[in-house]
Design a protein around this ligand. Sequence first.
Ligand code: GLA
Length: 363
Amino acid sequence: MKNNEDTQPALKDVFKDDFYIGAALSLNQISGNEPDAVALVEKHFNSVTPENILKWEEVHPAPNKYNFEPADRYAALGEKSKMHIVGHTLVWFFQTPDWVFQDESGKPLSREALLKRMKEHIFTVEGRYKGRIHGWDVVNEAIEDRGAGETENLRTRSWYKAIGPDVLTMAFKWAHEADPKAILYYNDYNFYRGRQCKTVIRLIQNLQSKGVRLDGIGIQAHWGLDYPSHDQIEKIIGDLSKLGVKLMITEMDVTVLPFAEDHLDKKLTSLDPGLQKKLNPYANALPESVQKEQAQRYAEFFSIFLKHRDKFKRVTFWGIHDRQSWRSDWPVIGRTDYPLLFNSQYEPKPAFDAIINTGLNKK
Ligand code: GLA
């Protein structure tokens, strides 16, 4: 592995004829407090997504109060390096304050009032960056985790409860009107669990049958060493691409830790010591054998993306270096994960080299 930055090929150059290579940026990075991370972004990436600052709770924390300062910086940072700039996200059930769904007395808003609020938010936020933010995750994660595949199976919370399936129709319509040149995505996760993929397909077909403009589907790709399988990824790509829209990998990271959803939202230190050790096996460092395993997985994923390069527009990583990753705090809080391409000292990991090699040896 070469650590010398200057002789290292840049990811974005190796894949320049295939797809954009993106990174999600934290507030710290956007604010200029982590120049080493920003230097990596400028060298290796040609697309950016904001990790949090354009989510409703950040950009629109109270009625009539917008906080655009971080997003203005974000757009300027992306423009400085001529990046493909992504907006994340306009309509989501999570990281959206409760007041959004309530009237002044705390009662649930009527359908009409909530639609009006959603429209105002989309026009204000997307409209401010018209022509500058090139693509938007218009709706994020609209369907239930264990989507049945039989019906639209929208989440029962917030937007969907008050508005119903029209929430998607209207969100995409207004997102198109707010900036007709912006690329509009639907973004979701767990596509590899077939049922959820079927549900999304039904949902998109429904929107398409109503003449709603939707340009792409974002596959989040918060994956692991043993999931999804090669065949599952091929199936997702085959099924989704039949919809005639572009595909994007929008939030890629590959955890090296054991599956721990049974302990959702628990603090690691609250579990018994044996379990702590089991769930957090690499507290001090990642063994070379696991680095290698992770590198092989990344190489496998990228060889699939390259095989389907005609269908993919972008592959974005959910962060730059391991220290910033949300995966150390989910599903269990306080583990030490290593899911990204650069280590906490901003050095490239074997996973980085494996992706570069896959790109240099493409057919
Ligand atoms: C989802 C969201 C992202 C981010 C990740 C985890 O995938 O789309 O914005 O919150 O979860 O942090």
